[in-house]
Ligand binder design. Structure first.
Ligand code: PBG
Length: 325
């Protein structure tokens, strides 16, 4: 036998020398759920280990993460029912707790990269990412105006990246124009480019109490059956000025990550979503799977497929594990 691939696996040192993909805490962006008020820390039932945090707790949590080398955070607001309405007006009210908190976070940690979410669902009584008409249709162009106001209000807090997760057509360009006209040409956009209508968002909707009140999201989020269609979304987001292209969910869509990686030069982000987290945690808690190893393997697969940034609820746990091994 001339070729024996096992020779390159014979010792730990050699295995490390030939290792093609290595995870770093710099790859991670940590999604977090912000609660209004003080001294609140409430675990998400379907996401063991993940909490909804009031600002004081969140600042402490971020400090710990920064010490572990996690420098990027994606912050989502938990909006109480009394603040919700049809037009998501709280989303661009500069006095609203989310926007106030973002300002404070940037003052506290100017070196950290903070991303915000642009979509109507947490603020909307309809629980949809866009404006809903009397027949239940999601109105694309009318929604853009609201998304534009939301994005501008978020940019004004000094955050680093706007994350439109709504899947309305044309929103990247619409937001880019508003930001540029207002002097925020340095605020980045991470487009949720290929965001699928997925069952894996369930725990996130529990965390934010943001599930649609009627219907589903299939007229704007993509059909899980479609790969080529991701190319159309990516071409549009690139032309419209996106700085990152995101694929979401990640684990069941590694082929989409690879496709975009192979065809576009913009950095690709993968969102390792709430249901992927919950699924692994549940099996690990039952002792049916080695949680630590499966977590690292899952994250590694996303990077190997071509993701430059991994948005993951495992960020802190993985960072701790990497530090101790
Ligand atoms: C809202 C939004 C969702 C997620 C991120 N932004 C849910 C949805 O589209 O219903 C899901 C994230 C996760 O499941 O971890 N537009």
């Amino acid at each position: 036998m001339l070729r024996r691939p096992r020779r390159n696996r014979k010792s730990e040192v050699i295995r490390q020398m030939v290792e093609e993909t290595r995870l770093s805490t710099k790859d991670f962006m940590y999604p977090m759920f912000l609660l209004e008020g003080k001294n609140k820390k409430v675990e998400v039932n379907s996401m063991p280990g993940i909490h909804r945090l009031s600002l004081d707790h969140m600042l402490r949590e971020m400090e710990e993460c920064l010490k572990l080398g996690i420098n990027a955070f994606d912050i989502f607001p938990v909006v109480e029912d009394k603040h919700k309405d049809k037009e998501a007006t709280k989303s661009y009210d500069p006095k609203f707790f989310y926007l106030k908190a973002l300002e404070r976070i940037k003052q506290e940690f100017p070196q950290a990269c903070i991303m915000t979410d642009v979509a109507m669902d947490p603020y909307s009584t309809d629980g949809h990412d866009g404006l809903v008409d009397e027949y239940g249709n999601i109105l694309n162009d009318e929604t853009l105006e609201i998304l534009g106001s939301m994005a501008l209000a978020q940019a004004e807090t000094g955050i680093d990246i706007i994350g439109p997760s709504d899947m309305m057509d044309g929103r990247v360009e619409y937001i880019r124009d508003i930001l540029d006209e207002s002097g925020y040409e340095n605020t980045s956009i991470m487009a949720y480019t290929a965001k699928y209508a997925s069952a894996f968002y369930g725990p996130f909707r529990d965390a934010l109490d943001s599930a649609p009140k009627s219907g589903d999201k299939k007229t704007y989020q993509m059909d899980p059956a479609n790969l080529r269609e991701a190319m159309i979304e990516a071409e549009m987001d690139e032309e419209e000025g996106a700085d990152f292209l995101m694929v979401k969910p990640a684990l069941a869509y590694l082929d989409v990550i690879k496709l975009l990686r192979d065809n576009f030069d913009l950095p690709i982000a993968a969102y390792n979503v709430s249901g992927e987290y919950a699924m692994l945690k549940a099996a690990a808690q039952k002792g049916w799977i080695d949680g630590d190893r499966a977590m690292m393997e899952m994250l590694l697969s996303m990077k190997r497929a071509g993701a430059k940034v991994i948005l993951t609820y495992f960020a802190k746990e993985a960072a701790l594990l990497m530090k101790n091994s």
